[in-house]
Design a protein around this ligand. Structure first.
Ligand code: Q46
Ligand code: ZN
Length: 291
């Protein structure tokens, strides 16, 4: 690991990743062992590894799998669900499953076709659906914190995109912990300082069976393009990705950006689902499913 000037054998690497994760959970005050935790799991290497790590560290965390109904001739959703269920069953962990088609009448690609959003790719609809369901399950089942498996490469790519466009509101919201507000539980990303390559190595070395294929709609995405650019930078300057992200957090902490409240839209509960929204009337999710 050139970025850390560190070389570890398999045994020590499998100890190092959970130790680092726990260090960051504590340093960034993400959650405690007495809190009820929900982990959003997709069947991919990062979220399943996160569940594995959190469980091995002695935290009590249940999983949430959202079946998006993405097939594209690959059976992407059914295969990722099968692997997630297998992972949970092997370890005796509790998994909640929400099937979008069964609950809301259409799959994510079908909602995308029907709405004006994302005629080519369903990613914006997909993001909207996932956010809504994650918030709903976290709130309805009384979880105190929701975890996602974003790693350093994911976060650096999002930051890169937000910086290219100087999207102030997103820059203010991006971070390892998003505090809870009435109607929304706290959110945390315990893997945000672990490189994608390290997570891949962790999943492979610990024998986690995960879905190798990317979502078919991820091909050609901007986030993958940004990751490739950042990898070129990292290749020439080991540690550049981490320093880009951590310098951003430092800059924000020291007040480089405007006060968070000045850019935050006022929220009120959606009259249908009750989730906080800045829209007047129904939230975007309820508007979409009511069409
Ligand atoms: S947004 Fe788009 Fe991902 Fe949804 S449709 Fe696939 S690529 S899964 S993170
Ligand atoms: Zn709503």
């Amino acid at each position: 690991m050139r970025q850390h000037k560190l070389a570890l054998c398999k045994e020590h690497f499998l100890e190092w990743v959970p130790e680092q994760t726990e260090r960051f959970i504590e340093k960034y005050k993400m959650f405690t062992r007495s809190e009820k935790i929900l982990i959003a799991v997709s069947g991919g290497k990062d979220s399943l590894s996160l569940w594995d790590i959190i469980y091995s560290l002695g935290y009590q965390a249940d999983g949430l799998y959202i079946c998006l109904g993405i097939d594209e001739g690959l059976g992407y959703s059914s295969e990722s669900q099968r692997l997630t269920e297998k992972f949970a069953a092997q370890r005796g962990l509790k998994l909640h499953i929400v099937d979008i088609q069964k609950e809301y009448g259409a799959t994510v690609p079908q909602f995308s076709q029907k709405s004006h959003r994302g005629r080519v790719k369903p990613c914006s609809v997909c993001g909207l659906v996932k956010r809504h369901v994650m918030n709903r399950v976290t709130r309805d089942l009384g979880y105190e914190v929701l975890l996602t498996g974003h790693n350093l490469d994911d976060e650096a790519a999002v930051l890169f995109g937000n910086t290219l466009a100087w999207t102030g509101e997103y820059l203010l919201r991006q971070g390892p912990v998003l505090p809870g507000v009435p109607g929304f539980a706290r959110k945390a990303k315990p893997l945000f300082r672990i490189y994608e390559r390290e997570m891949l190595a962790y999943a492979l070395l610990s024998g986690i069976e995960y879905i190798y294929d990317e979502c078919p709609f991820a091909i050609g995405s901007t986030s993958i393009y940004y990751k490739q650019l950042l990898n070129r930078l990292e290749n020439d300057r080991p540690g550049a990705k981490q320093s880009f992200y951590l310098s951003f957090l430092e800059a924000r902490k020291s007040g480089l950006f405007a006060d968070r409240n000045s850019l935050q839209a006022e929220l009120h509960p959606c009259p249908n689902c009750g989730q906080p929204t800045s829209a007047t009337g129904l939230c975007s999710f309820c508007r979409m499913i009511s069409r």
